[in-house]
Every structure is written in C-alpha cells, then in structure tokens.
Design a protein around this ligand. Sequence first.
Ligand code: ADP
Ligand code: ASP
Ligand code: MG
Length: 405
Amino acid sequence: MPRIVMKFGGTSVADLDRIRNVAQRVKREVDAGNQVAVVVSAMSGATNQLVAWVNALDDLHDAREYDAVVATGEQVTSGLLAIALQKIGVPARSWQGWQLPMRTDDAHGKARILEVDGAPMIASMESGQVAVVAGFQGLAPGDRIATLGRGGSDTSAVALAAAVKADRCDIYTDVDGIYTTDPRIVPAAKKLQKISYEEMLELASVGAKVLQIRSVELAMNERVRVQVLSSFQDIPGTLVVDEDEIVEKEVVSGIAYARDEAKITLRNVPDRPGVAATIFGKLAEENVNVDMIVQNISAEGTTDMTFTIGKTDLPRAQAALAEIKEQVGNSEVLVDPNVAKISVVGVGMRSHAGVANTMFKALAEKSINIQVISTSEIKVSVLISAEYTELAVRALHTAYGLDAH
Ligand code: ADP
Ligand code: ASP
Ligand code: MG
C-alpha cells in the first residue's frame, strides 16, 4: 500500500470550511488505497497573533515560553482536522510533537529536528487510521516544547515522510506550485514542472518561503519526493527532484526576495585582529544568525562593519552589541530594518559569466541603489531599500528573460 504524507499550510486550514475541504482531500487519498499521515499548520494568522502577544509582554522573552505559546496554533488545527475526518467516516487521531515524539535540539524558536521515531506512526497508518500531526513543533531536551522556526511545518512533513519511508510528501498550499518568482508579486512568473533540490535550497535560503529551507535540506539528504501543489485546485504541482532529472537547465531559474532582515552598521570599528571574532562570536552565543557581512578597509585605522540579521533577532542583537561595545571599541550602532534582500539563483551560473552584471545593470536602470552584495556559486544577492522590492523583482524577472510569454 502506498504511504503518503500530506501537508496543509495556514491558508488551507484558515477556517472550518477549508478544514472540511482538507478532510475531503485526505479522504480521497484514503479511498484510493493510500496509508496517510497529514501534517497541519496553524490557521492563517494564528501564529502571528501568538508571536505578537509574546513580544508585547517582553521582546527579550524566554524562548522556551515563546515555544509553549506559539506551538498551540497547530494543536488546534490537528484536533479540528481529526474531528472533521471522523465526521466523514475516516478514522483519524491527532498527534502533538511531544507524542510522536519529534525530538529536536534546544535552539528554542528555531529548533532542529534530531530524530523522529516512525514506528508508532507506521502502526497507526497500517491500522487504517489517519495520523493528523501538528506541524512546527517538537520535543526539546528537558521535555520542553520546541518550535522549528517560521514555516517549520514543511520541515515537520518532510521529516515525517522520511521517518515513515513515505512514497511521497505532498505540500498543499495557496499557490499551485513553485514559480520562477513569487507569483503574488510578479503575475508573469512561470510555473516550474520540476526544480532541483539544489536550486530550491538556494531559493528557500534567500527567502522564497514556499518551502522552509530545512525541509528542502532534509528532502535532499533523505531522498524524499516532495511535490508542491494547490489545496484548492486539482492540477499538477511542482516536483522537487535531482539536478540530473532536469533536462533544460536555465542560467537563472528563479528570483527571490526577503524582507525579514535588518541591516546593522557598527561605525568606527578598530581595524585589528580579533574584532570580527568578538562581534560575531557574541552574536552566535546569543543564537543570532548573521547573513550578509561587509567590511571596508579604511586609512585611519578604523572601519565600518555592516551585516544583516533576522528582524526578529533585533532586540537580542542590540542588547548583545551594547554589552560588547567597550570591548570592540566601535562608535555608534546604526540599525535599518527597512531593507530587502533580492537574489537571483540558478545552477547555470556555474558555467556562465556576466550574470551578476545583468543584475546590477537592471537595478541601475531603475535607479535602485545597492547597499550590500554577496554571491555564492549559484546565487547573487543584493541588499536594497525595502520600498523597491517589487520593482526590483519585476525588473530582474524581465532582465533574465523569465517572464511568461
Ligand atoms: P503555507 O501557509 O501553505 O505554508 P506559505 O505562505 O508559507 O504557505 O508559502 C506559500 C507562499 O509562498 C505563496 O503564497 C507565495 O506568495 C510565496 N512564494 C514565494 N516565492 C515563491 C515561488 N517562487 N513560487 C511559489 N510561491 C512563492
Ligand atoms: N504556523 C507556523 C508559522 O506560521 C508554521 C507553518 O505555518 O509552517 O510559521
Ligand atoms: Mg509555509
């Protein structure tokens, strides 16, 4: 009997009618003879509300209590979907992260999955009962509830698919597949039939939130067949596959944007060995991930150090930088949350020159100033003022010939 994992995101379970619709989709797969586990997100907007409550009390809150609060959204939808399934005659039960258990590390708020015991889940599925699993949550050391970072239900689904050796992991969402860029920003975006793990990984890492980056990492390592498809329409979605399954390789396969980063500049940092280690060591200690970094050499023996971090880490980062100010010896700390990172991604860049230049030219033509640049083998990213996000994404989509004709 084929075994499948189906995952439904927030918009797909946004109200009771949509939960009933999801139950019907699940029933169809059960009736077709599949063993089914379902992973659900919180109702659309629920997690944002929970996060807002926590931050309103204290933006330097205890991350373990943050997790205790924000994990509840998924508990609600898992129970509701189990009831909706039972109501239409499909045996089902809900599973919370701690009940599986989905074991994670102790990086509360962005925990990594360490281990999932597939056995109880397989037993449940084999008995004909649909397992409805609360996504986004797991069990950290000390039996504390952990959450996997925003968008983490995708990762729950892939981890579960790997643990139960599922034949497929179907990610149902509010778009009908993976596009060359966010179709909500660029109506001319093209739907991809297939995308390689590598390219999806890179797109996810630079902000394409259609899949959480860790879900792609995990799918690639565990060889899980992931498909992204619509929970509202019955049309084929996009398959995430090995690079060699893709026949036509484009130089640039996609464009992504991220508005969830903030730019920090430390002014007049003494230009001596160990300064970067002190700054970034302290931020790492505080669990703050740093993304882009630029440092300039200056003649006067001091330099400005600019870097980006997640906006949600801003309060902790600012507190940490204040603590080490004496030690580092910098002058003021400038913070700019109104930035966006725009990235072009494509495996074809490995063998093509001039990709970055096309980007710089297209942005220059729109008079968009570039603040920071970073590159990897198959990606170029720039930091710009957030107000130009849509303009930049559209201009680049056209410049790389990606617009659907
Ligand atoms: P869910 O709640 O189902 O997990 P998300 O909002 O997390 O849904 O992810 C789906 C959204 O991802 C889409 O609504 C779309 O706006 C956005 N998105 C960003 N980049 C892309 C892309 N390249 N292809 C498709 N969707 C994208
Ligand atoms: N509900 C969580 C979030 O909004 C997890 C998810 O939707 O994947 O980030
Ligand atoms: Mg999501």
